[in-house]
Design a protein. Structure first.
Lengths: 587, 317
């Protein structure tokens, strides 16, 4: 049973990885929106944001915490696409000619880095920068940015390279797709992260997950206390080190026979590596008589997560504690005396103070979560955040009612959007028109790589609401289509001095042609010409007019953002009265 | 070589034409005398008056059958082994009932007729205004055309367009034209009749904007003149206008079904200018009100004077 765990893990991981990669790298709308939505909704941070915002899938974050508390960081190996990506990188790099199978050895935890990253994230959320902090550190969103920003255009180019031959061979299902690269400004972040990942993976396995990922640290706090933990059976262990060498988390300390379960990503590789079946999941709660480690104390057993650990006699508590193991291994490196030479209760000579550090670590687990939620209270505004925001105009971080950067329909307004969006790029990949593009500085610091409407590329399709369908966080609410069609995300402004009809005295009206609500209409002008006019009451800011306007060098009609989305009037239509015609045909 | 089935089909079609045409003469005051005889081939001589077929009050497919029969049958236009391009108006992501695009039923039926006439292949595309996959899909045209056996081609692939010189153009001197227009043996233009906020009306000539890559260039260079200029480069073999429920307002995109009115008409002609002139009348305009029609007439690319046109009228009720 224990050995089959790895098969299960690999199966689930590959399914989730394949699905998310397909959804995020989808360049021709081949993946149904719900696939990406469901898989992304099963991710921790999107689900946490959705939970706080009160969206249906939000419960997933709690489930993940419970699973972690039950069996460790299952999320990190089976669900997190960035984690799985690292496994893929490790596998691919092992195919490199001349490269030996990666061999790991135990490494002490980088406790301070882990803590610092987690607390910076938490502090960011508390300070009202949750939109930035969560976006920057969410592993799923980072994966999304790599896949959508880098892989998708590459796949598009590959597709375009084979379209010609494929069509010639009668395979008409393939067609060319215009590749949309984000600017290098935008892409340097995922490029940088990808490089860091490759280096860390090749060098030290899952070091990213155990230092830089705040979610890894958070889940590690729960895993440390998991009910079922992987443990080494002392009786079976021959100290062959096979498990240690294969452990990508570098968390198996062989000499003491301890597994630092807060860093274990539950890949189960070690289970299979042990010829003696010496590593197994064991129930560790309420274990009155420790099976393999007599030193396990009741001080840990049954300790509530939220409570400060009870003061237990130090000696048994620390016999198998990580800090001690760490210290021991360091000592071992200096002096081959080994663990046996160190009395468990001996005060440490070094500067490390294990007890408070550990307590802080555990207490952190509780507070990190509690504070995140408390600090994100601003997220709790429902999809109709309009009213609340209207009551507090001072809350708006940006000056003036209009800016150039326009956020998608369903996001309510720029403030609400930036708070909830984690910049995972799922909507950017799914948007059929590609009007949604990641911005660099358009929203300011909190909005790096978050999607905006780019009317130089396309305009928002009137009948479409796919961005709302895929969004896992609720940053883009799925509006009813009729509601989306009256949601004002911006407002068209017409500068007739630049208009072709006036400048050249010829007909044009490309703007009015594209307008889905006829907010841009035409009136008779000059000698049998038609001049555009804008009715702002009907304008929803879809950008059709701006995109279509052929005027050079500057567009005559442009859309300015409504930082707080509004509601347009719905065009009320009577049946058109056709000109009366006599006889069969009017000619 | 004609198979027996083809022979029977032609015979039946001809028979139906004659009977309906004869009956029609009773009602239509201006009905041409040619209804009695087998329809004169419209492509025969330049000296002959251009022929416009106007059909009403039938289903789309029946009206198309009637119009083609009146022009000598599909075989007049499509020979065995030829490649055919059917260019509908697939501009907008809107369902058929909104009248923003050519009706899929009409497109599908024409494709089928072409293939039945022995066409080697029938291709379909448009340089859409809305996102092309959605527009192809929601217009219903992709499905209807595929089901009928057509090849549906991406109109948003710039690599399929080729730069050509247009020596006869006044404002349009060169353009990137879709390869299917340049390479197909037969070019059917199948527009839908709509009001247009910029050009007043869109029918046959305006629909040809969908075969060039850069629409903005048309708008910058003088919309009406460039629309007319294109005809100096290429005229469609035949234009079939879907006027089943023309859009009388808010065109060319339309806002709702309230913008269309059921007229149940279909026009067909090899003279695209004459066809557009008739279309203008249906929308309540004088042909000369529609500037590109007037310019095309002045450039002798066709005639907008319907008195100079032999109009064959059919009422299928």
């Amino acid at each position: 049973m224990n050995r089959r765990l790895k098969l299960l893990r690999v199966g689930v991981a590959l399914a989730i990885f394949a699905g998310l990669t397909a959804a995020l790298a989808d360049f021709r709308g081949a993946i149904p929106p719900r696939v990406g939505h469901w898989l992304a909704s099963a991710q921790f941070v999107p689900s946490l944001v959705a939970l706080i915002a009160g969206t249906a899938f939000g419960i997933v974050a709690l489930v993940i915490l419970l699973v972690t508390l039950a069996a460790g960081r299952v999320y990190c190996s089976a669900i997190c696409p960035l984690g799985i990506l690292q496994d893929v990188i490790a596998r691919v790099s092992s195919w490199w000619p001349g490269r030996k199978q990666p061999r790991q050895r135990y490494a002490p935890p980088s406790t301070w880095i882990r803590q610092a990253v987690l607390w910076v994230t938490v502090a960011g959320v508390v300070a009202g920068w949750g939109g930035l902090a969560l976006a920057a550190f969410d592993p799923y969103s980072n994966f999304g940015r790599i896949t959508s920003g880098l892989l998708r255009p590459v796949l598009t180019l590959a597709n375009n390279a084979v379209v010609g031959p494929a069509n010639a061979a009668g395979l008409t299902a393939l067609y060319r797709v215009e590749p949309h690269w984000a600017s290098l400004w935008v892409l340097h972040l995922p490029i940088l992260l990808l490089i860091v990942l490759v280096v860390l993976v090749v060098w030290r396995g899952r070091l990213y997950c155990n230092t830089l990922c705040p979610l890894g640290t958070l889940l590690g706090m729960f895993a440390r206390k998991a009910a079922f933990r992987l443990e080494i059976d002392k009786n079976a262990c021959t100290k062959c080190a096979a498990c240690m060498r294969i452990c990508k988390a570098q968390c198996i300390e062989l000499r003491s026979g301890a597994i630092d379960f807060s860093r274990c990503v539950t890949c189960y590789d070690c289970i299979g590596a042990c010829d003696n079946g010496g590593i197994r999941y064991r129930w560790t709660w309420r274990r009155r008589k420790p099976v393999t480690s007599p030193a396990k104390s009741e001080g840990i057993v049954g300790a509530s997560l939220l409570a400060t650990p009870p003061k237990a006699p130090p000696a048994p508590r620390h016999a198998w504690g990580t800090e001690l193991v760490e210290r021991a291994s360091r000592l071992q490196q200096r002096n081959e005396s080994g663990l046996a030479g160190i009395p468990p209760a001996t005060p440490v000579p070094s500067g490390d103070v294990p007890d408070p550090a550990r307590r802080a670590f555990i207490a952190g687990a509780a507070t990190a979560l509690a504070v995140s939620i408390a600090g994100s209270a601003r997220l709790q505004a429902g999809p109709q955040a309009h009213d609340r925001d209207a009551e507090e105009p001072g809350r708006d971080r940006r000056a003036g009612p209009y800016t150039r950067t326009i956020c998608p329909p369903g996001s309510g307004g720029i403030d609400r959007f930036l708070d909830r969006c984690t910049a995972c790029q799922l909507c950017v990949s799914a948007c059929p028109t590609h009007v949604l593009q990641p911005t660099w500085a358009g929203y300011g610091l909190a909005g790096i790589m978050k999607p905006r409407m780019d009317y130089s590329i396309a305009f928002c399709n009137f009948e479409c609401r796919i961005c709302g369908e895929v969004c896992p966080t609720g940053a883009i609410t799925l509006l009813a289509l009729a509601e989306k069609q009256v949601t004002q995300i911006g407002e068209a402004h017409f500068d007739e001095k630049k208009c072709i009809v006036i400048v050249k005295s010829t007909d044009c009206a490309a703007c009015s042609e594209h307008c889905p609500t006829k907010a841009v209409y035409t009136v008779p002008y000059g000698d049998n010409l038609r001049l555009p006019k804008v009715n702002p009451v009907l304008c929803i800011g879809c950008g059709g007019c701006q995109y279509a306007c052929p005027a050079l060098p500057e567009k005559a009609i442009t859309v300015a953002s409504r930082n707080l989305h509004g509601r347009a009037e719905r065009p009320v239509e009577q049946k058109v009265a056709p000109p009366a015609s006599a006889g069969d045909f009017p000619f | 070589m004609k198979s027996r089935r083809d022979f029977l089909k032609t015979g039946l079609a001809l028979g139906a034409t004659l009977s309906i045409a004869t009956r029609k003469n009773i009602f239509a005051a201006e009905a041409p005398a040619s209804g009695e005889a087998a329809p004169a081939p419209v492509t025969a001589s330049a000296a002959a008056r251009p022929v416009l077929v106007a059909v009403r009050d039938g289903s789309r497919t029946a009206m198309l059958d009637q119009a083609l029969a009146a022009l000598g049958g599909i075989g007049t236009f499509v020979k065995k082994g030829q490649t055919v391009l059917v260019k509908p108006n697939i501009g907008w992501d809107a369902p058929p009932e909104r009248g923003a695009n050519t009706h899929p039923e009409l497109v599908g039926h024409l494709v089928k007729l072409c293939l039945d006439a022995g066409a080697k292949s029938v291709s379909i595309f448009d340089n859409t205004c809305d996102q092309w996959q959605r527009t192809y899909g929601n217009s219903g045209i992709e499905r209807a055309a595929r089901d009928a056996g057509a090849i549906v081609v991406n109109g948003k692939d710039e690599s399929l367009y080729r730069e050509v010189e247009i020596p006869g153009g006044v404002k349009l001197k060169q353009a990137k034209v879709h390869g299917l227009v340049l390479d197909s043996d037969v070019f059917f233009n199948v527009p839908v009749l709509k009001h247009h906020s910029g050009s007043l009306m869109t029918a046959g000539m305006k629909n040809l904007m969908g075969v060039i890559w850069d629409r903005g260039a048309y708008h910058r260079a003088d919309l009406h003149q460039t629309i007319a200029d294109f005809l100096t480069f290429k005229k469609p073999t035949l234009t079939v206008l879907d006027a089943y429920h023309p859009m009388f307002r808010n065109g060319p995109r339309g806002v709702s079904v309230e913008d269309v009115v059921e007229k149940r008409m279909l026009f067909a002609s090899t003279d695209i200018v004459a066809l557009d002139a008739a279309a203008a009348r249906l929308l309540g305009h004088q042909p000369s009100d529609v500037r590109h029609v007037k310019i095309a007439d002045e450039m002798k690319l066709g005639t907008m004077d319907l008195n100079q046109v032999e109009i064959r009228r059919f009422n299928l009720t």
